[in-house]
Design a protein around this ligand. Sequence first.
Ligand SMILES: CC(C)(COP(=O)(O)OP(=O)(O)OC[C@H]1O[C@@H](n2cnc3c(N)ncnc32)[C@H](O)[C@@H]1OP(=O)(O)O)[C@@H](O)C(=O)NCCC(=O)NCCS
Length: 192
Amino acid sequence: MNLMTERLILRPWEDKDRIPMAGIYGDAHVRRFHPKVLTVEEANVKIDLAIERALTNGFDFQAAELKGSGEFIGMIGLAVLAEAVQAGLPSHRSVEIGWFLAKEHWGQGLAPEGARAWLDYAWSIGMPEVVAFTARENAPSQRVMEKIGMIYDPGSDYENPELGESHWLRPQVVYRKQNPNFFERRPIIGAR
Ligand SMILES: CC(C)(COP(=O)(O)OP(=O)(O)OC[C@H]1O[C@@H](n2cnc3c(N)ncnc32)[C@H](O)[C@@H]1OP(=O)(O)O)[C@@H](O)C(=O)NCCC(=O)NCCS
């Protein structure tokens, strides 16, 4: 899937993305709200999985690059939640939106810009809802969710079962956004 925004090209993975993406997943500051940094091998497994799932679903977490320079900045995309559900997380609706950018590119609204394009794509193919989840402590990611109009769903709060009882990253929050095209437009009866 190729998507374009004012400043970004969102496109399928290419081999040249592997080293910079492994750098992002291996950066302790970028992953300060995650239990650990990823090794190069683990980063490659994530990319391989995203490529495989895109073949099945037509979309997944994909590469993001700057339109002008072609510089790779990280990943933004949608993914079917099957593995999360299998891992014991609650079965919220089936598609999640996510982002992971190199820290040099933070603070310019690039994640929300790319995410909005992915939401438009989701609605265009008739997805009823997109969810996002993250550690309660991950305020920047929740800001992105808010900026793209997602709503916090306190009833879906859960604990990451992979982390110990008292781990500070164990509490997770869920945000949702429903397909705006699914709201029926009714004529206002009696309107003049
Ligand atoms: C979350 C993330 C994608 C935000 O992307 P972005 O393009 O910087 O988004 P924005 O520019 O809209 O900034 C969103 C929030 O990030 C925070 N932020 C922005 N620049 C920052 C910086 N340089 N350092 C720390 N936080 C920063 C702010 O809280 C900001 O909210 P504000 O605009 O109300 O001040 C980015 O911080 C990131 O890649 N984080 C690590 C990966 C991650 O946690 N992904 C989510 C996995 S669940």
